[in-house]
Design a protein around this ligand. Structure first.
Ligand SMILES: Nc1nc2c(ncn2[C@@H]2O[C@H](COP(=O)(O)OP(=O)(O)OP(=O)(O)O)[C@@H](O)[C@H]2O)c(=O)[nH]1
Ligand SMILES: [Zn+2]
Length: 338
């Protein structure tokens, strides 16, 4: 019998590292020509809430999809009762090809990495500058998960009223990661939400962060609770005891100029299956320097024949960039407290 992990609402298909670096594909069956397409907003014990046009429809996966699960952000095709009326249930018959995948960590109880969010363009990594203390290795792990999954990262540094961002930012300058710094005062006068919103325009952004960093405060400021009700879109979602699910939840930014995907319970990312060749894709300036590397070189600091050292020493790229790449690659080896 199939063993479910902690959260059966995530895709449990094991994603194999893809050496060619292209994105995972899903099989599309040319059946159900009358199916309509929608976007998965949340998943709760096998029931998916899907936005189809301006209707919110509750659906379940058709048996023909097998083990393949639809996750938040997936584009799916549905058949059956698509009215969105109370107590109706549609069937999901196709899951569209994914542009990006955000994978949740594997942990002791659950050896598989699972896809938590599909098709996000951006990963907002929310970190407090104090209370709780920032954890740079955790940020690095999130960056690697973003690069590996095909998302572009955004650093959101909260609580600048408590500590300065300068030291932390100096570690990320060579990576060129965009960032927004917010404070208590800016949260209260609306500037924090405005500045974060500028980075979200027209994009799907998944928010991750440890407990206490201010993620919930920020998400509420971006998509105010009262707006959620008036959009109608999340009515069905929020009305159904959201606290019972650990699934991510997609919230439309007011004006539909993008999506915020809140990911409760996603604290870190297992990186055991990360493909180094996908991480280096985020370093196009270093990529030509890998041409002389031995086959299968991971480019990390333990690779005796990695060609990047000599190439960078010859002045082809900024040594700080190679240091950053190596730092990110080293996060695959998890340490206590990561
Ligand atoms: N000083 C200060 N406190 C903040 C700021 N942003 C949020 N907080 C506070 O930090 C605490 C945690 O905020 P939450 O939004 O609940 O944090 P969270 O990351 O969602 O944590 P969980 O709800 O546990 O997942 C709350 O008391 C907030 O009021 C900030 O910019 N400055
Ligand atoms: Zn190499």
């Amino acid at each position: 019998m199939r063993r479910y992990g902690k959260n059966p609402d995530e895709d449990d298909i094991r994603v194999r590292p893809n050496r060619k670096g292209n994105r995972p594909r899903t099989h599309i069956r040319p059946k159900h020509e009358d199916a309509e397409d929608g976007m998965v907003l949340t998943v709760d014990r096998g029931r998916l809430t899907v936005l189809v046009g301006d209707r919110t429809i509750v659906a379940m996966k058709a048996r023909e999809l097998g083990r393949k699960a639809a996750v938040v952000g997936d584009t799916v095709s549905l058949v059956g009762d698509l009215s969105g009326d109370k107590d109706t249930l549609a069937r999901i018959v196709r899951i569209g090809e994914r542009r990006s995948v955000l994978r949740r960590t594997a942990d002791d109880d659950d050896p598989f990495e699972r896809v938590v969010v599909a098709n996000a363009d951006q990963l907002a990594i929310v970190t407090a500058l104090a209370d709780p203390e920032p954890r740079p290795r955790m940020i690095d792990r999130c960056l690697v998960a973003a690069y590996d999954g095909g998302l572009s990262p955004l650093l959101v540094l909260t609580k600048s009223d408590l500590a300065s961002p300068d030291q932390l930012l100096s570690a990320y300058t060579p990576l060129g990661v965009p960032f927004v710094v917010t404070s208590r005062e800016e949260l209260e006068n609306g500037d924090a939400a405005d500045r974060v919103r500028e980075q979200l325009d027209g994009r799907v952004t998944a928010f991750v962060g440890h407990s206490g960093v201010g993620k919930t405060t920020l998400v509420n400021a971006l998509v105010p609770k009262e707006k959620r009700r008036t959009t109608g879109v999340v009515n069905a979602v929020t009305g159904r005891g959201r606290h019972t699910t650990t699934s991510a939840l997609a919230l439309p930014l007011p004006g539909y100029r993008g999506w915020v995907i809140d990911t409760p319970g996603v604290r870190s990312f297992g990186l055991n299956h990360i493909d180094p060749s996908r991480v280096i894709n985020a370093f196009p300036d270093l990529q030509p320097g890998t041409e002389e590397c031995p086959r299968g070189c991971t480019h990390d600091s333990h690779e005796p024949e990695c060609a990047l050292d000599a190439w960078v020493a010859a002045g082809h790229a900024d040594p700080a960039r190679l240091d950053s790449l190596r730092r990110l690659l080293s996060t695959r080896n998890r340490r206590e407290g990561d």
